[in-house]
Design a protein around this ligand. Structure first.
Ligand code: ASP
Ligand code: MG
Length: 416
C-alpha cells in the first residue's frame, strides 16, 4: 500500500471551516487506498500571537525552553481539531504531538534539529487503519524537553516523517498551487512548473522564493523523498521536486529567481597582497554577518578593489566593521549600496550549454540595465543590479528564455 505524508500550513488550517475542508481532502485520499500521515501547522497567526505574549513577559526576544513549551501548543490545537473533523466523517484518526511520536531532536531550544524518528509507533497506528495527525514544528530532546524546529519548521517535520517511514510521496499543501517560473505578481505570464530538481529548488529557495523551508528541501534531497507542492484550495498536480532524470530533457533554464534583501559593500584601493581578503572578511563573519557574493578585482599599481554583498539588515553593521578594517589596513575607501537586488537564472540544463550567460547579459544590456556584479555556479547565473530595475529585469529574462512557453514547446524550438 502506498504511504503519503501530507502537510497543511497555517492558512490551510486557519479557521474551523478550512479544517473541515482539509478533513474532506484527507479522507478522500485515504478512501483511494493510501495510508495517510497528516502534518499540520498552527492556525495562521497563532505562532506570532504566542511569540508576542512571550515577548511581553521576557522582553523583545523571548527564547529558551519555556518558549518551546508555549509555541508547541499552536500545533497541538490543530491536530486535535483535525482529528475530530476526520472522526466526525467516520474516518479513523488519531492525533500525536512530536514527543508522542518520538521525534527526537537535539536540545537547541527554538531551533532544534531532528536527530532520529522511531517510525514503529507511526507504523502501528497506520496499520491499525488510522490517519495519523502529527503536530509539525516540534520534537523532544533526550531528556524529555519539548523543542521546536524554527519558524516554518512543519515542512521539515513532514519530510523527516516521510523519510523515516519511507513514504512514497511527501505533499506540501499551501496557498500557492506549485513552484513557478518566477513570481507571478511581477510577471503575469509566469507558469507553474510540473517538475523541478532538488538542486534547482535549493537555488531558488536561497534566492528568495519562499515556497518551502530550505531545510526541508535539503532533507528531502538527502533522503530522496519525492516532494510535491500543491494548493490546499484548488485541485491540480502541483510541482514535483525530484532528482534529475535523463528523460526530463530540460531546456536550459527553469526559472528566474530574485532576492531583494541584499546590500552591496565595496572597499577600494586596498593593498594587493596575501591575506587581505581574509583581513576584510574575518571581522565580518566574527560579527555573524553572512556574506553572499564576493568579487575582487585584478590588482593594478599594487592596489585592488573588493566588493561583497550581505543581507540588507546587516548593511550598516557591516559598514562599521569595514571602517575599523580600513584603519587597520592603513588605507582604502569604503562604499556601500543598500538598494541593490540579485537576479538569477536557474536551470540544470545550463550545465551542458554554453552561450546562456551572453544571452542573459545581452538581454539586460538591451534594456539598459547595468550589471554591477556577476556570480555563477553550475546551475545558475546571478547578477546584482539596481533595485529599480528588478521588475524590468525579471520580465525581460522571462521573455528571452521563453519561460512562458511549455517546456516541450521550448525544446522543439531549441532543436529546430
Ligand atoms: N507554526 C510554525 C510557524 O509559524 C511552524 C510552521 O508553520 O511551519 O513558523
Ligand atoms: Mg509555513
Amino acid at each position: 500500500m502506498t504511504l503519503i505524508v501530507q502537510k497543511y500550513g497555517g492558512t490551510s488550517v486557519g479557521t474551523v471551516e478550512r479544517i473541515e475542508l482539509v478533513a474532506d481532502k484527507v479522507f478522500a485520499a485515504q478512501k483511494q487506498g493510501h495510508q495517510i500521515v497528516v502534518v499540520v501547522s498552527a492556525m495562521s497567526g497563532e505562532t506570532n500571537r504566542l511569540m508576542a505574549l512571550a515577548n511581553d513577559i521576557q522582553g523583545e526576544f523571548a527564547h529558551g525552553r519555556e518558549l518551546d513549551v508555549l509555541l508547541s501548543t499552536g500545533e497541538q490545537v490543530t491536530i486535535a481539531l483535525l482529528s475530530m473533523a476526520l472522526q466526525k466523517r467516520g474516518c479513523a484518526a488519531i492525533s500525536s504531538t512530536g514527543a508522542q511520536l518520538n521525534i527526537l531532536t537535539d536540545n537547541k531550544h527554538n531551533k532544534a534539529r531532528i536527530q532520529n524518528i522511531d517510525a514503529d509507533r507511526l507504523k502501528r497506528l497506520l496499520d491499525a487503519g488510522n490517519v495519523v495527525v502529527v503536530a509539525g514544528f516540534q520534537g523532544v530532546d533526550d531528556e524529555g524537553n519539548i523543542t521546536t524546529l524554527g519558524r516554518g519548521g512543519s515542512d521539515t517535520t513532514a519530510v523527516a516523517l516521510a523519510a523515516a517511514a519511507k513514504a512514497d510521496e511527501c505533499q506540501i499543501y499551501t496557498d500557492v498551487d506549485g513552484v513557478y517560473t518566477t513570481d507571478p505578481r511581477i510577471e503575469p505570464n509566469a507558469r507553474r512548473l510540473n517538475r523541478i530538481t532538488f538542486e534547482e529548488m535549493l537555488e531558488m529557495a536561497s534566492l528568495g522564493s519562499k515556497v518551502l523551508q530550505i531545510r526541508a528541501v535539503e532533507f528531502a534531497g538527502k533522503y530522496d523523498v519525492p516532494l510535491r507542492v500543491l494548493s490546499s484550495f484548488e485541485e491540480g498536480p502541483g510541482t514535483l521536486i525530484t532528482y534529475e532524470e535523463d528523460s526530463m530533457e530540460d531546456p536550459f533554464i527553469s526559472a528566474i529567481a530574485f532576492n531583494r534583501d541584499e546590500a552591496q559593500l565595496t572597499i577600494k584601493g586596498v593593498p594587493d597582497q596575501p591575506g587581505v581578503a581574509a583581513q576584510i572578511l574575518s571581522p565580518i563573519s566574527a560579527e555573524n554577518i553572512e556574506v553572499d557574493m564576493i568579487v575582487q578585482n585584478v590588482g593594478s599599481d599594487g592596489n585592488t578593489d573588493f566588493t561583497f554583498t550581505v543581507h540588507r539588515n546587516d548593511h550598516n553593521k557591516a559598514l562599521k566593521v569595514l571602517e575599523n578594517t580600513v584603519k587597520k589596513l592603513g588605507g582604502g575607501q569604503i562604499g556601500g549600496d543598500p538598494n541593490i537586488v540579485k537576479l538569477s537564472i536557474v536551470g540544470v540544463g545550463m550545465r551542458s550549454h554554453a552561450g546562456i550567460a551572453s544571452r542573459m547579459f545581452t538581454a539586460l544590456a538591451d534594456e539598459k540595465i547595468n550589471i554591477k556584479m556577476i556570480s555563477t555556479s553550475e546551475i545558475k547565473i546571478s547578477v546584482v543590479i539596481e533595485e529599480k530595475y528588478l521588475e524590468l529585469g525579471v520580465r525581460t529574462l522571462h521573455e528571452v528564455f521563453e519561460l512562458d512557453k511549455a517546456k516541450a514547446e521550448r525544446n522543439q524550438a531549441a532543436s529546430a
